[in-house]
Design a protein around this ligand. Structure first.
Ligand code: GLY
Ligand code: MN
Ligand code: MN
Length: 443
């Protein structure tokens, strides 16, 4: 895929971000990148990922660094690579060169940060659990990071393009693969080969009903559906997040196709109405109603779809929210609890059908969200529900048995909110069942 050019040089983008921060939170603020963590000896480290709030203002994935922000000025604190480290890891740019690239106003050794710490606000390690000391800083960061600038959108688009290619590679590899692990390898190979990393642990599974399944050992049988939730993140940290579900055989059974088309209808309904001012919670409820109505049409559910949704019957099959914020993290800013996801004065519902909703605020221009409805048959949910007899008036258990080959289907795209509606950033990857079948079978 052709590299796209960023709208502005990095230093100008970062200056604009910290000027905006200064308008709403003059500082001073200290943000740390975090440190690489060793496994069994110092040079053998776990993969390092810089903190996203740091990345937002520092722009580069630096390790063992910190920035001090005050009134629009940026001071960088990091050490030059020691000769010993350079011996093992090769040369790296000097502190002064990095400072010039990101437009820092000054740069000092890391230990000089100590003198600045006392008077500056910072984020606690567990900000979600203990937001109190830095509540106003957290709110300022959320205000900025909720709406992406052109540079960020460009980075997300680049990550999305690589994710699209990874999914196509996964589909193309499926018929020559015997295990989930082989399809995962085909997908992640594309991401690694483009100099990117996975934005989260890949889910590539024939057991899509395990929502965050991170096992890859199952064999692929012709009647299986394979659910792949795999997303790249750019070197700058900006993420993408795509799920597709495809038949291992290259052809959906009619029962699989019925449910697939229904999940797609829920997805498409949300995309059709996503625009500034629309409540994300209403998109979620639209997906729920679409799924409930479709399941009634298929004879799986019985009754009025609206009432089924009010009773959370749909949630037995769709227990999660329709998506989340996307940015420098998948599930962007969830390290801050629900401050980003929930508008001021709102909080999570106790209702089974709503409590996993991660985003409840009106959509606005330059927000990026995922839309990811699904259908799952989770034994731990449906077993007790059937046992209880509580849903016998609402669920045709015998009809449901005809869909037992459909354990988990999710369709997920990344959506940018625009002034007039939305743009699906991942729409180069088809969603229609016929197109999915063609990609898997190489037609
Ligand atoms: N990839 C995790 C999610 O879709 O929420
Ligand atoms: Mn997602
Ligand atoms: Mn996902």
């Amino acid at each position: 895929m052709p590299p796209q050019t960023n709208p502005l040089p990095l230093a100008a983008v970062l200056q604009h971000r910290r000027d905006r921060l200064a308008e709403i939170y003059p500082g001073p603020v200290v943000l740390e990148s975090g440190r690489a963590v060793s496994r069994n000896f110092p040079a053998n480290t776990y993969p390092f990922r810089a903190n996203s709030h740091f990345l937002y203002f520092a722009g580069l994935p630096l390790a063992n660094a910190a920035i001090h922000l005050a009134g629009g000025r940026l001071t960088l604190f990091m050490d030059d690579t020691s000769p010993e480290a350079a011996l093992w890891h090769g040369p790296s740019p000097s502190r002064d060169a990095i400072a010039a690239e990101i437009g820092a106003d000054a740069a000092y050794p890391y230990q000089d940060l100590e003198a600045k710490r006392a008077e500056a606000a910072t984020l606690p390690r567990q900000a979600a659990a203990n937001p109190e000391p830095s509540q106003s800083l957290i709110e300022a960061l959320v205000t900025l990071r909720l709406h992406h600038d052109d540079y960020a959108l460009d980075q997300i688009r680049q990550a999305a393009a690589v994710s699209v290619a990874a999914h196509k590679a996964g589909m193309a590899a499926t018929q020559g693969a015997t295990t989930e692990a082989q399809v995962r390898a085909a997908m992640e190979q594309v991401i690694i080969g483009q100099g990117m990393a996975c934005a989260y642990n890949s889910i590539v599974t024939v057991h899509g009903e395990v929502l965050h399944n991170e096992q890859y050992h199952h064999g692929l049988a012709p009647g299986d559906l394979l659910l792949a939730d795999v997303g790249a993140e750019a070197a700058s940290g900006w993420a993408s997040d795509i799920t597709r579900t495809w038949p291992v055989s290259g052809q959906f059974t009619s029962a699989q196709r019925d449910i697939y088309d229904l999940v797609l209808a829920a997805h498409d309904a949300c995309i059709a109405v996503a625009r500034p001012g629309v409540e994300y919670r209403d998109l979620h409820l639209l997906a729920c109603r679409t799924l409930a109505a479709g399941l009634v049409d298929l004879g799986v559910l019985k009754g009025d779809p609206d009432i089924l949704v009010e009773r959370d019957v749909h949630a037995l099959f769709f227990p999660h929210g329709v998506g989340h914020l996307l940015g420098l993290d998948v599930h962007d800013m969830e390290d801050l609890g629900d401050v980003a996801g929930y508008a001021t004065g709102r909080s999570r519902s106790d209702r089974f059908g709503l409590k996993f909703l991660r985003l409840d605020r009106p959509l606005a221009v330059n927000m990026v969200v995922t839309i990811e409805p699904g259908f799952y048959q989770v034994p731990g949910i449906l077993g007790p529900a059937r046992q209880s007899g509580q849903y016998d008036d609402a669920i045709s258990w015998s009809r449901l048995e005809e869909f037992q080959g459909v354990r988990g289907i999710r369709i997920e795209n990344d959506v940018e909110i625009t002034p007039t509606g939305c743009t699906v950033l991942t729409d180069a990857l088809p969603t229609h069942a016929d197109a999915i079948e063609a990609l898997v079978s190489g037609r």
